[in-house]
Write a protein that binds this ligand. Structure first.
Ligand SMILES: NC(=O)c1ccc[n+]([C@@H]2O[C@H](COP(=O)([O-])OP(=O)(O)OC[C@H]3O[C@@H](n4cnc5c(N)ncnc54)[C@H](O)[C@@H]3O)[C@@H](O)[C@H]2O)c1
Ligand SMILES: O=c1ccn([C@@H]2O[C@H](COP(=O)(O)OP(=O)(O)O[C@H]3O[C@H](CO)[C@@H](O)[C@H](O)[C@H]3O)[C@@H](O)[C@H]2O)c(=O)[nH]1
Length: 441
């Protein structure tokens, strides 16, 4: 099939690269000239394990192309995927400006019958709106169908998720269009679930909201564990052994960040509100998450009530490991709060520091190594569970004047920290107290 993919963020680029890898001819279109130039050379503009290799392979085999020109990209397209952003409006609703612009671009430039597939996460009813926009603006006399095909990939494991996903959801009003999209995806070997357009749109929001609910739930349990001296990791393990609950997404920590859960939970609250339904449970999930990101500061202040002038090392800045994405990362809230309280912040991340520099407060200093960040710091905060941080030489902590580590991601074994004489506070697990009996005030 000849396919065009509009938008080359995570979703568009991974969609384009993987569709070309299973044998389709794919042209990826983006309005960002600089990005397109980089991609033409086979370089991924985002950090994603395995993506550059797969890009290069398919560029070399002349199955994958990049352009800024919609007319050129659409010239032979039998299917066009929409994969542009749907960011958050100020009121939490999804901003559909980019999607609507692509619908207008399609109406203007398509020259043959085709299927339009929406990969972007869009509120229920948007695909019908896309159909209306294209119909009202069509320049050439062609026939088209619109199909919803929400994306479920996770950043950091996007390629694996494409080839080993749990399901591909295809929502269509036309069974013919649905069958064509199923056939396109067949080589992935992932189970396909076919439904109507509105249900497919809802499946995406409901899935993200449910996963976010699991995370906020276990975070609430972890806060209770802290107070009753239970261990949330064992609690999650014991819960997850029940097949009805399942072990995934029960990792307590600093709450969820990233480009999807924060905006999609708020958008679903808006979608419900638009039909006069008060989604109380999801509002609770969002509020719990907001509080959870600040929990690490509270734990630090319990041991070090005055952090003014103190040097605090912050390890891990991206919203989760294996990505350089800083969108809605806990590090934004945490470093701002440290700086507001007059602390000096020395930060380290294996991959995300360039992106962090564009987003975090200018007062944040950066170290080129974990050791450099810890060196001479008064306390260490851990915000992202990168392997490099989990594998740290614990003597780096022991060598601090008073080794105080507050870990928002439970990176270390309690017994090992005790053996190394490190004062260690983590999430929903008993604290390892300080051998020096020191108060840091
Ligand atoms: N990031 C994820 O992990 C993920 C996973 C599943 C679903 N989603 C959803 O997929 C959508 C895309 O997310 P993302 O993070 O990949 O997006 P992004 O915002 O990172 O990138 C969007 C890209 O689209 C380009 N663009 C905007 N308007 C354009 C136009 N008219 N023509 C061509 N290009 C245009 C931008 O230049 C940008 O490169 C969102 O709706 C998101 O909610 C994202
Ligand atoms: O048990 C867990 C699992 C995740 N998280 C946090 O939740 C956030 C999101 O993590 P993850 O879901 O792995 O990353 P995303 O790349 O944002 O992927 C989510 O959002 C995408 C965009 O919609 C969906 O496609 C994916 O299915 C969905 O998992 C991160 O801050 C994680 O630290 C936890 O705190 N505990």
């Amino acid at each position: 099939m000849n396919i065009a993919v509009v938008g080359t963020g995570y979703v568009g680029l991974v969609t384009g690269v993987t569709l070309s890898d299973i044998g389709h001819n794919v042209t990826c279109i983006d309005i960002d000239k600089e990005k397109v130039e980089i991609m033409k050379k086979g370089t991924s503009p985002l950090y994603e394990p395995g993506l550059s290799e797969l890009m290069n392979k398919n560029i070399k085999q002349s199955r994958l192309f990049f352009t800024t020109n919609h007319a050129e990209g659409f010239a032979n397209a039998e299917v066009i995927y929409i994969a542009v952003g749907t960011p958050e409006n100020e009121d939490g609703s999804a901003n559909l400006a980019y999607v609507e612009q692509v619908a207008k671009d399609i109406a203007q430039y398509v020259v043959q019958d085709l299927i339009v597939v929406t990969k972007s996460t869009v509120p229920v009813g948007t695909n019908h709106k896309i159909k209306t926009i294209i119909t009202e603006n069509l320049v050439n006399n062609i026939k088209f169908e619109v199909v919803s095909n929400p994306e479920f990939l996770k950043e950091g494991s996007a390629i694996k998720d494409s080839f080993e996903g749990d399901r591909i959801v295809i929502g269509a009003d036309s069974s013919e269009a649905s069958a064509i999209i199923e056939k396109i995806n067949q080589p992935f070997g992932v189970p396909v679930f076919r439904t109507d357009v509105r249900s497919a749109e809802m499946i995406k929001y409901a899935s993200n909201a449910f996963l976010a609910t699991k995370i906020s739930f276990i975070n609430e349990i972890s806060n209770i564990c802290d107070r009753v001296e239970a261990n949330v990791e064992d609690v999650a393990k014991g819960m997850g052994m029940d097949k009805r609950i399942g072990p995934d997404f029960l990792k307590a920590g600093l709450g969820y960040g990233g480009s999807c859960f924060p905006k999609d939970t708020k958008a679903l609250i808006q979608i419900a509100g638009n039909v006069h339904y008060d989604f109380q449970l999801l509002k609770g999930v969002v509020n719990v998450n907001r509080k959870q990101q600040r929990m690490i500061i509270e734990k630090l202040l319990e041991r070090m009530p005055d952090i003014k002038g103190k040097r605090i090392a912050v390890l891990g800045l991206s919203f989760k490991p294996n990505t350089d994405d800083m969108r809605e990362a806990a590090s934004i809230v945490v470093t701002n709060s440290l700086i507001d309280r007059g602390a000096e912040v020395i930060a380290y991340d294996p991959i995300a520091m360039n992106n962090a520099k564009k987003i975090l407060a200018p007062e944040v200093e950066y170290s080129t190594s974990v050791k450099g960040a810890i060196n001479e710091s008064d306390a260490v905060l851990i915000l992202t569970e990168w392997d490099e941080i989990k594998d740290i030489d614990l003597n780096f902590f022991s060598e601090m004047k008073y080794p105080l580590v507050v870990d928002g991601r439970n990176c270390f074994d309690l017994e090992t920290m005790r053996e190394h004489h490190i004062e260690y506070h983590s999430v929903g697990r008993p604290s390892i107290s300080c051998q020096f009996e020191k108060t840091y005030a």
